[in-house]
Structure formats: structure tokens, C-alpha cells
Ligand binder design. Structure first.
Ligand SMILES: Nc1nc2c(c(=O)[nH]1)N[C@H]1C(S)=C(S)[C@@H](COP(=O)(O)O)O[C@H]1N2
Ligand SMILES: [Mo]
Length: 427
């Protein structure tokens, strides 16, 4: 049985009461004051006249059709082909901190592959006492941990170096997601293989590699591998989606997304970095003098106002306004977020929805008033190391304009009197 509501066109009467409600909102804290009978209240609606769908209509639920625009989006001109490409999380439309897998950005170098759990093998080799191969079931028998971590592609905001470019938080800052992962620590698996053969662990590395055609491979210092890396097989409580590396991916908390190898197939203990393509010619920042920064793994503290923003304009009238956004740091927990409405001249400290957690997204709110004045909206994150998110000018002074990766500068949205917002740059 199918069941659908007719899309209701507002009657003239509704329109009038709706308009009156906007006026009332200006004085009465956003609550609509009754200005006449509202047919949505006084008339029996379709949804109260017939029954809804039964329990088995949707064995695995999808978002309601009215939210169909809250989806990942790609910018076709950025890459030559969608197989080796990226799309963006609709951060302008989400709230809280957890990213649903269904709209979490994807970055593939050779497309998202489909692998059965029974075909999954994970090899540990190199400088270990006993080279080992694990099946998926083997991994499930080690002690498990749960952690919420953000994963940010180093290229996030990379198009904005030269000037304001893409009009929406989804496109400027949407190469990020934040999920609760369940899995086994990399340390547990390395210790199972035994590290005596590696000798002094201080100068040792692990090389991690994916099973897809790109074999996306990265060298990770042993210290990080033994600290907090997680071999994950669940995200937000359910199996990883194929886009995110089903059945097993690596989480490298706080470090650039490229190191979070999906479809993880091999971990090799080595006595030097492999200097793979992904850690030399790619994911490296060229400075103004043509030299490159070496090993830029951690994602520096960053924040973004997700609403209001170009894709999330102010549609209500004057009066109460909730300004909200996200902050994160690859070097620890977020301690404070400030919001400016005048392009960085004055700042107000925002309310953190919950105390910042290490290497995870933090939601901030500024509960304020807006009466149609123009705003140059910015946010500025501070993390527990004392680091303060830089302005674009400060970042350019140090890094020049040849970079793509690791752009964590303060973003500006110009909010106009009609509530619409635009990506602009203030120096
Ligand atoms: N095997 C494999 N792992 C990979 C990639 C890939 O193409 N293949 N892309 C990397 C890059 S560049 C990023 S930013 C993250 C993106 O993870 P996501 O697709 O789950 O968002 O995965 C990383 N791991
Ligand atoms: Mo990436």
C-alpha cells in the first residue's frame, strides 16, 4: 500500500496568518500570536483522516522525502571524473555533531568497491615477530572500543586560498564527517604480531594500504600507531557503508583524512617512511618560495558557521536568531569558540553544546537577536593547546598562496538585510 499526502497549497487565509506570525515573532520571542483561525489547526488534515504506513513498509529507513535536498553534493568541475573525486557533507543542514553515514562526504581515488566480509583479509608484515593474516571474524574477537572522531580531508577549504570561491558551507567546509566508530586498536593487532623484531620503536613506522585499485597507502609514525589509531568496522552503530570502506577502515584521529585507509588490507612495520605518492607529490603544501612543508599530518583547529550561511539563509523575521556552527582540532579538544558579526572587529564567546572532546566535532550556538542589519559573520576556534584559528591574512603570511591543503582560516559570510548570505573575504 502506498500512502502519500497531497502537497497542501497555503490558502490566502493561511498566508495572511503566516505573515502576521512573522510580525508577531519580532516582539514575542519567535512564537506566533494567533491572528485568526489557522486551517492547519481548525480543519481536519489528510494525515488525521487516513492511516499511515504499516511497520514493515520501510525495512531500512530513509529520510522523509521533504528532506530530499539534504544530500552529499559534488562540484563537477573540481575533478575530471567522479571515480577519483570528492563530494561534500551537507553541514549547513545538519545539527548536533554526528554525521549520518548516508550523507557523509566521500573521497575515492579509484571508486567505492564492494567487498564481502568473507573475502576480507588483513595482513600484518615487515618488522614483526610473526607475520599474521586476520579475517573479519578474527578482528571481532579482540577487545573492542568505541570513539567519536572527525575525519577531514586535507583538501577541505582548499579552493578558498586565492579568494572567496564556493558559495556554501557544504562546499567550502563539507569534506568532513564525524562518527562513532567501533573497532580494535591498531596497538592490539601490532602487539598480537609482536614488535620485538622491530627493536627500538622510536624511529619505526607502519605503512597502511587499501585493497582498492588505488591501494591508497600512507606511512604513520609508530608512536601514533600505538597511541590512538583504530581499526574500525562499525560507524554510528552499524556496519561501515561501502563508501567509507566496508568492511574495515583505519581511523587516525585528528590526522588528515587521506591516512584513514578504507578497505584496509595491509599493515607493514618498517624502519622508514615509504614516501608513497599520497605523502609526497600529493597531500603536501608548496610554500611561496617553492619548497614544501614535510609531514603535515595533524589538522589544525578550525570552525565554521553552518547557519546562517549561503545555503541556510535567515528566512524568519527580525528578533531571535540562532547562530550555529562546528569547531574541531586535530591536536585535542576545542576549548572555546568566538563569533563575530562585524568581520572580526568584535567577538562574542559562543555556547558549546557540550564540552569539546578530543579529535571530535564540537557544536556551538550563539543565541542572539537580529533586526535586519548586515553582518560579516565569522567564527574562531581555540583548542586545548592554546592554538587560535588564524585569519586568512595570517595564514597567507606564513603559507603563501600556492597551497591547496590544510587551509584552516577563519571564514566570512556576508549576511544581507534580506537574510541571504554570501561567501566573502575580509582581510
Ligand atoms: N583505500 C582507500 N582509502 C582511502 C581513500 C581511497 O581512495 N582509497 N581516500 C582517502 C581520502 S583522501 C580521504 S579524505 C578519506 C575519506 O574518507 P570517506 O570517503 O569515508 O569520507 O579516505 C581516505 N582513505
Ligand atoms: Mo583526502
Amino acid at each position: 500500500m502506498t500512502f502519500g499526502f497531497k502537497d497542501k497549497k497555503p490558502s490566502r487565509r493561511q498566508f495572511l496568518s503566516g505573515a502576521a506570525a512573522v510580525g508577531a515573532g519580532a516582539v514575542a520571542a519567535g512564537a506566533a500570536r494567533a491572528a485568526g483561525p489557522d486551517p492547519l489547526i481548525t480543519e481536519v488534515q489528510d494525515w488525521a483522516s487516513i492511516t499511515g504506513e504499516g511497520v514493515d513498509a520501510t525495512p531500512y529507513g530513509l529520510p522523509i522525502k521533504y528532506e530530499a535536498d539534504v544530500v552529499r553534493r559534488n562540484v563537477p568541475w573540481l575533478t575530471a571524473d567522479p571515480i577519483s573525486s570528492i563530494n561534500f557533507t551537507p553541514i549547513h543542514a545538519l545539527d548536533g555533531t554526528i554525521t549520518p553515514q548516508g550523507c557523509a562526504f566521500e573521497r575515492h581515488h579509484s571508486g567505492a568497491i564492494e567487498m564481502r566480509k568473507r573475502d576480507y583479509r588483513l595482513m600484518i608484515n615487515g618488522l614483526v615477530d610473526t607475520p599474521l593474516v586476520f579475517t573479519y571474524e578474527d578482528l571481532e574477537r579482540f577487545p573492542r572500543e568505541n570513539h567519536v572522531y572527525f575525519c577531514e580531508c586535507a583538501a577541505n577549504t582548499g579552493m578558498e586560498w586565492a579568494g572567496a570561491q564556493l558559495n556554501g558551507a557544504q562546499f567550502t567546509h563539507g569534506m568532513i564527517h564525524n562518527m562513532e566508530y567501533s573497532g580494535v586498536t591498531l596497538r592490539t593487532l601490532l602487539e598480537e604480531a609482536g614488535l620485538d623484531a622491530a627493536g627500538d620503536l622510536k624511529d619505526k613506522w607502519v605503512y597502511v594500504e587499501g585493497a582498492d585499485a588505488s591501494s591508497n597507502g600512507r606511512s604513520i609514525p609508530m608512536e601514533k600507531a600505538l597511541d590512538d589509531c583504530l581499526v574500525a568496522f562499525k560507524a554510528n552503530g552499524e556496519a561501515l557503508r561501502k563508501e567509507h570502506g566496508y568492511p574495515v577502515r583505519l581511523c587516525v584521529p585528528g590526522w588528515e583524512g587521506n591516512m584513514w585507509v578504507k578497505w584496509l588490507r595491509r599493515i607493514e612495520v618498517t624502519d622508514q617512511a615509504v614516501q608513497s605518492r599520497e605523502e609526497t607529490s600529493k597531500y603536501t603544501d608548496t610554500l611561496a618560495d617553492g619548497t614544501s612543508r614535510k609531514w603535515t599530518w595533524a589538522m589544525d583547529a578550525k570552525s565554521i558557521v553552518t547557519s546562517p550561511s549561503p545555503q541556510s539563509p535567515i528566512k524568519h523575521g527580525h528578533g531571535p536568531l540562532v547562530i550555529t556552527g562546528l569547531a574541531w582540532s586535530g591536536r585535542g579538544a576545542i576549548k572555546r569558540v568566538d563569533v563575530s558579526r562585524d568581520g572580526g572587529k568584535t567577538w562574542e564567546t559562543a555556547r558549546l553544546a557540550a564540552p569539546g572532546e578530543k579529535m571530535a566535532l564540537t557544536r556551538f550556538y550563539l543565541d542572539t537577536e537580529w533586526n535586519g542589519e548586515e553582518m560579516l559573520l565569522q567564527s574562531r576556534a581555540m583548542d586545548e593547546t592554546g592554538y587560535v584559528q588564524p585569519t586568512k591574512t595570517q595564514l597567507r603570511e606564513v603559507r603563501g598562496e600556492n597551497s591547496i591543503y590544510h587551509n584552516n582560516c577563519i571564514q566570512t559570510w556576508w549576511v544581507q538585510p534580506n537574510g541571504e548570505a554570501e561567501n566573502v573575504e575580509v582581510s
